[in-house]
Write a protein of this length. Structure first.
Length: 227
């Protein structure tokens, strides 16, 4: 993307209310190979060449009130603002002669669909990562950052960022996942990660399913047998 066009887009996005503006060439999705091909920008829209990512602030006192109606309204409000800014920016670019579309915050039909297939239509998280917004704290673009691991842990370890607030009770947790190709090539690593997770749960005093321990050992043996 030409430098002068980037400057125009950034200026327009800030006029619309964006605090952060980032850019990513669609080739970064293939280069990183973290997102399935069916959910990369050029698969969703064949004309895609660049992805523009916008960010707005979330207010820390309201985040700390979670779960609350205040947080729910702030979440809905900020996402509605982002949708509107994306739409208006797409109109602006089309007016300049650059074919553009915008992706809403939720590119799936319902939560039930998302539960069945975690890879939704388009990942805003990966878009932000490839556009460089994941290191906005380190670049000084923001004074503080609210987010999730591994991004927070990475900036703590690699850049010395200071974590000043954490409440484990607000953690929604998640699942361990691995690409099938990696699991086939490195089964021992998969087993070690599972067993390490079991160990951490034991340290934290959490009950651990024996079946999970058995799964980790089976993967570990599979790797040893292939060595």
């Amino acid at each position: 993307m030409a430098v002068n066009l980037k400057a125009k887009i950034t200026r327009k996005a800030r006029q619309l209310g964006a605090d952060l503006v980032g850019y990513a060439q669609v080739s970064r999705w293939a280069a990183q190979d973290e997102v399935a091909p069916a959910f990369r920008p050029e698969a969703i829209w064949s004309q895609a060449k660049s992805v523009i990512v916008l960010g707005v602030p979330m207010l820390l006192p309201i985040i700390e009130s979670t779960p609350s109606i205040n947080y729910t309204v702030m979440y809905d409000t900020t996402n509605a603002l982002l949708d509107m800014m994306g739409y208006q920016l797409a109109l602006y670019l089309n007016g300049l002669g650059h074919a553009s579309i915008f992706m809403p915050r939720d590119g799936y039909g319902s939560l039930e669909i998302l539960k069945k297939r975690m890879a939704a239509c388009f990942s805003q998280v990966y878009a932000g990562k490839y556009a460089g917004l994941g290191n906005a704290l380190e670049k000084g673009d923001v004074d503080a950052w609210a987010g999730l691991d591994p991004l927070l842990a990475q900036t703590e370890v690699d850049k010395g960022s200071r974590l000043f607030y954490r409440d484990p009770d607000k953690n929604t947790y998640g699942v361990l996942n691995v690409r099938e190709a990696f699991a086939k090539q490195y089964p021992a690593y998969v087993g070690r990660v599972i067993l390490a997770s079991v160990f951490l749960f034991a340290v934290l005093g959490k009950a651990t399913d024996a079946a999970v321990q058995g799964l980790g050992r089976r993967w570990l043996k599979r790797g040893e047998g292939a060595a």
